[in-house]
Design a protein around this ligand. Structure first.
Ligand code: PLP
Length: 230
């Protein structure tokens, strides 16, 4: 993609985050931006890094591993944000810094066992199924405490917080209601894990609502790189 356009998109995004955060009591500063680079080329990621971005989010393991390899010369932080099949945990545990989409104990246990010795603990968010029907992924709010207790025990994982992908909703007040539930769920989680500090929520279409409800990590793809072709 055109570097001038990329520079412009990133500047606009930062300005928007700042402007919306100013309006809210709940807003957290600073809000980190994870640039969602699924389907984008290594060259696009290199350009985004030149524009000051360090955190990149990927959903498809095979594609991600190629790019991580191509970009080894850069000090990038890689976030796995896609659904996790049990047979993919080894690649994730070995090559990523963060995983946002842990939603069951079996996956957490495998990631823990497969995290190579010598690396920092894998930074983990638990994916919560916040608006029911729509998404199949994510632990229910009801089952969240039990999963959190299990993950908290695993020495090679560090439980950082919660992630959600609410059902796409055009209504800002319904978007906010889902994100507000997440904010409250993190507050409850902190009774168990006091240093859990991360709310991974908000994408290109619902980032304002997420910022207003206290997101600490936006996951933005099209708002940075433009429309995806697939
Ligand atoms: C693709 C994706 C995003 C980014 O979506 P955009 O609408 O392009 O900003 C964020 N989070 C997850 C989990 C995704 O799969």
């Amino acid at each position: 993609m055109n570097e001038q356009q990329l520079t412009k998109n990133i500047a606009k995004l930062r300005e928007r985050v700042r402007r919306v955060a100013e309006k809210s009591q709940n807003a957290n500063h600073p809000v980190q931006i994870v640039a969602v680079s699924k389907t984008r080329s290594a060259q696009d990621i290199r350009a985004a890094h030149a524009c000051g971005l360090t955190n990149f989010g990927e959903s498809y393991l095979q594609e991600a591993l190629e790019k991580i390899h191509d970009l080894e010369d850069l000090p990038l932080i890689w976030h796995f944000i896609g659904p996790i099949q049990s047979n993919k945990t080894s690649g994730i545990a070995t090559h990523f810094d963060w995983v946002h989409s842990v939603d069951r104990a079996r996956v957490a246990e495998r990631l823990n066992a497969q995290r190579p010795p010598g690396l920092e603990p894998l930074q983990v968010c638990l994916q919560v199924n916040i608006s029911g029907e729509g998404s199949k992924s994510g632990v229910t709010l009801e089952d969240l405490p039990q999963l959190a207790r299990r993950v908290h025990e695993l020495p090679h994982l560090k439980l950082r917080g919660l992630m959600a992908i609410p059902a796409a909703d055009a209504e800002p007040c319904r978007q906010r209601a889902a994100f507000r539930q997440m904010r409250h769920a993190l507050a409850e989680l902190r009774a168990l894990v006091p240093d859990a500090d991360t709310l991974s929520m908000g994408m290109s279409a619902d980032m304002d609502a997420a910022i207003l409800e206290g997101t600490t990590m936006l996951r933005v793809g099209t708002g940075i790189f433009g429309p995806r072709n697939r």
